[in-house]
Design a protein around this ligand. Sequence first.
Ligand code: SF4
Length: 125
Amino acid sequence: MNRRAFIQSVAALTGAIAVLPTLASAQERRRGSQAAAGATLVDPKDPAAKAVNYVHVTSEIKDAALKVERAGVKFEAQNCKNCAFYTADKETTVSGKKAAPCQMPFAAGKVVAATGWCSTWAKKS
Ligand code: SF4
């Protein structure tokens, strides 16, 4: 390889490397919007969801031991929408319900209802 060809190769490689983060970012955004578009709600009957008492609507919680104040927030005011793990910037509508991904492992790849709740609820700061 002569000097000119070498310099052209390095320039092309440098340009490609500079573009990679932009492409990766665009792919990330596309994946995010596809996930929201075809989102599936977490099934409360799924064993991992049951383990944290997940429900689509807070009022479905009947166990009094779970209906307690957390971080100064009364149980009745706790829901996914105001939970620290709810990714509101990715909120979408699924089966007529506002929903978004939850950062907890049991909800990976799915979304939780804004009106939902689970026992790992944490106050949004
Ligand atoms: S961790 Fe928060 S957002 Fe996720 S299901 Fe539980 S209450 Fe909802």
